[in-house]
Design a protein around this ligand. Structure first.
Ligand SMILES: *Cc1c(COP(=O)(O)O)cnc(C)c1O
Length: 242
């Protein structure tokens, strides 16, 4: 099992390096975030033994129970799925990063809780580049106004933008989603928002991370290409998906 994991990881890393070479980018500029949703904590423990130490999870309660099961390891957790405001208290306890910020109400709730706990959190603003009703995230044209409000929340360390591309076999449409995210970033920088806050582009999953890297991804969130197919259909995570 663990041999497969190590072999898969080597393949993914080689593909990341190849995509960086095609795009004339430094491979060190792309962070691989392994996504462990649905995997039992014992598999995550094996992944740690294979050298991985930061994991992405879509659902906060599932993430929290794995964080508790692996509390003896120096592992960092990134929550990459939609969060309800009333679940903020679960997240702040264990997560070091949150990639699905999509409302001011949530920013406020996170900030309040973090201030009370004397903590801070890295965040990415999620953008709905595919404009599918089933996906979370701000419409691209609302991001600049949203960004203006974020400095008020001093416990949130803004790191960049996150998106999920359209579910489509049409690679041009997938690529367009990534280009749209990069355009939102350009707009923010033109408006004078500091580049240290908006440097990050979290985009690309098992099926499309190489395209995302060609379009400027700094974080790719990869689950199945490392850990094998998931038992649950993606509709469990994204209503409306296949
Ligand atoms: C599950 C998930 C991923 C990874 O998907 P894979 O197909 O397993 O690579 C990436 N991002 C988000 C938000 C996810 O929920």
């Amino acid at each position: 099992m663990s041999d497969t994991l190590i072999a898969n990881l080597a393949i993914v890393r080689a593909r990341i390096a190849a995509a960086c070479a095609r795009a004339d980018r430094d491979p060190g500029s792309v962070r691989l975030l392994p996504v462990t949703k649905t995997l039992p904590s014992e598999r995550v423990r094996q992944a740690f033994a294979a050298g991985l130490d930061c994991f992405g999870e879509n659902k906060v309660q599932e993430a929290r129970s794995k964080a508790e099961a692996l509390a003896d390891l120096p592992v960092q957790w990134s929550v990459i799925g939609h969060l309800q405001t009333n679940k903020v208290k679960f997240l702040t306890r264990f997560a070091s990063e949150f990639q699905a910020l999509d409302s001011l109400r949530l920013a406020e709730a996170l900030d309040r809780r973090l201030q009370a706990e004397g903590k801070s959190l890295d965040v990415f603003v999620q953008v709905n580049t595919s404009r599918e009703a089933s996906k979370f995230g701000l419409p691209p044209e609302e991001v600049v106004a949203f960004a203006r409000e974020l400095p008020a929340f001093t416990a949130l360390r803004v790191r960049g933008l996150m998106t999920l591309a359209i579910f489509s076999d049409d690679k041009a449409r997938v690529r367009q989603c990534f280009r749209d995210l990069s355009e939102v970033q350009q707009r923010l920088l033109q408006e004078g928002h500091p580049s240290q806050h908006w440097h990050g582009l979290s985009m690309g999953m098992s099926g499309d991370y190489e395209i995302a890297i060609e379009e400027g991804a700094t974080v790719v969130r990869v689950g199945q290409a490392i850990f094998g197919p998931r038992p649950l259909p993606d509709s469990h995570y994204w209503p409306g998906a296949r």
